[in-house]
Design a binder for this molecule. Structure first.
Ligand code: ADP
Ligand code: MG
Length: 240
C-alpha cells in the first residue's frame, strides 16, 4: 500500500487476484549493450528487477545511467542482449512482434516526461486514443478517468489549453485506459514544478493502491520521496 494514499481514495483493484500470482513483469539477469561508432556501451549490466502489484518503485540514477533502457526492457520495446524478461512468470523471448504489441497494449501503460499528447485532440480524445482500433466506445471510461485525476471540467480542452500538471494528468489517464497491470513512467515530473510534481505523484500513488505496479525512472529526488521502494541505477548496475 502506498504511503501517500489517503483513506477513502478510490481504488479499482479488488478483482486483481491473489497475491500469489506471478509478478506482472520481471527482469532476470538483463544486460543490454549498444554497438556504436565508439565501441560497445553496456547500458544495463546483469539487472534483476521485479515489478510488484500495488507498489511504486523509483529507479533513481543520473543521466546516462541506463534508466530509459531499463524502461524499454520492461515495456517490451527492445530485447536484452543477454538475460530474460518475464511476463507473469513466462519469458517473453518466444513472443512474436504482434504478440508483444498486444501485451503492451493490454498490460502496460506509459507516461513520459514530455507527455506525448496529440495537440489537435481534446483531453477526452487523447485519453481514448489507444482504444481507437477496438470495437467498444471508451469515451465514458475516458471521462471517468479524467474526472478521477481531477480534470472533469477540462474534458474538451486541447493540450495547449492545459497547464503542465494538467497535461501530465491527461497522459496518466490515457495510460490507464486499457486497465494495465503496470505503469512505466520516464521522468514523470521532469517538466513540472515541485507542487505540480507532488500532485502528479500523489495521483500515481492512488493508481498503485488500485493494484497497478508502477515503475518511475528519474533523477528527481521528489519521486523517491513518494515511492514505496527506491533502487539506484549507476552505470547500468542496479543497487537495491
Ligand atoms: P538514461 O535514461 O539514464 O539517461 P539511457 O538508458 O538513455 O540512460 O542510456 C544509457 C547509456 O546507453 C548511455 O551511455 C547512452 O549513451 C547509451 N545508449 C542509449 N541508447 C542508445 C542507442 N540506441 N545506441 C547507442 N547507445 C545508446
Ligand atoms: Mg532517459
Amino acid at each position: 500500500m502506498s504511503k501517500h494514499v489517503r483513506e477513502g481514495d478510490a481504488t479499482d483493484g479488488a478483482d486483481r487476484g491473489p497475491v500469489a500470482d506471478p509478478p506482472p513483469l520481471r527482469l532476470d539477469g538483463v544486460t543490454k549493450q549498444y554497438e556504436g561508432g565508439g565501441g560497445t556501451v553496456t547500458a544495463l549490466n546483469d539487472v534483476d528487477f521485479t515489478v510488484e502489484r500495488g507498489e511504486v518503485t523509483a529507479v533513481m540514477g543520473p543521466s546516462g545511467s541506463g534508466k530509459s533502457t531499463m524502461l524499454n526492457m520492461l515495456g517490451l520495446l527492445d530485447d536484452p542482449t543477454t538475460g530474460s524478461v518475464e511476463l507473469l512468470g513466462e519469458p517473453v523471448a518466444g513472443l512474436s512482434a504482434a504478440e508483444r504489441t498486444d501485451v503492451r497494449r493490454e498490460r502496460v501503460g506509459f507516461v513520459f516526461q514530455d507527455f506525448h499528447l496529440i495537440p489537435t485532440l481534446s483531453a477526452v480524445e487523447n485519453v481514448r486514443l489507444p482504444t481507437r482500433f477496438l470495437d467498444d466506445d471508451y469515451t465514458e471510461r475516458a471521462v471517468d478517468l479524467l474526472t478521477r485525476v481531477g480534470l472533469g471540467d477540462r474534458l474538451q480542452h486541447t493540450p495547449d489549453e492545459l497547464s503542465g500538471g494538467q497535461k501530465q494528468r491527461v497522459a496518466i489517464a490515457r495510460s490507464l485506459i486499457n486497465e494495465p497491470d503496470v505503469l512505466l513512467a520516464d521522468e514523470p515530473t521532469g517538466n513540472l514544478d515541485r507542487d505540480t510534481g507532488e500532485a502528479v505523484l500523489a495521483e500515481i500513488n492512488v493508481i498503485a493502491a488500485g493494484g497497478v505496479g508502477v515503475v518511475a525512472v528519474t533523477h528527481d529526488d521528489l519521486v523517491g520521496e513518494y515511492a514505496d521502494r527506491t533502487v539506484e541505477l549507476v552505470d547500468g548496475v542496479l543497487r537495491g
